[in-house]
Design a protein around this ligand. Sequence first.
Ligand SMILES: [Zn+2]
Length: 190
Amino acid sequence: MSASPEEPKEIRLIVFSALLTALHEVMGRDGKNSVLRFAGLEKYINKDVPPSIDESISFETFKSLINSMDDLLGHGTDAILYESGRKFAIYLTPFGYSLKDVVERLSKWVGGTWTVIKDNDESIVRIVNNPICKSLAQRRTKPSCHVISGALAKIKEESTGAQYIVEEVSCESKGDPYCEFHIIKKGDVN
Ligand SMILES: [Zn+2]
């Protein structure tokens, strides 16, 4: 996908920091370093990235990391991205915040327009101009925002104590007008 006017210029450092910490936990130090190296972001190898909400990184840096994760982990290993998203949510926000609160923060920190369409046992979150999709180099044939799916599942679990699974039903990366996530209570899934 080529650059578009809706692309954010920068992303809050806390988002980048939480992603790196999640990658470290899921893949170990070597795995995380491989992703950074592949992204051309060697300068972040073995560097402490503080979870600052005041500082930012360029969107280009964020884009490199997302594409590297997607290239190295995305093929047949969507589950790793989903799991990284769950860890990402833990580092991104303190426990117990409501879905609406976290979505407001993510909208501010990551960019794009995030909306909670409904919030109950089957919640729906929609994102327009999703920076994750704007980062992906190629058009997809299926929804691809596994990191966000994992994060939304964890956020909902932390705020309710129940188990949830998330399915992304439409995605900007495959040409849909927005990304839409259905967050479904596990007990209610047939
Ligand atoms: Zn998507």
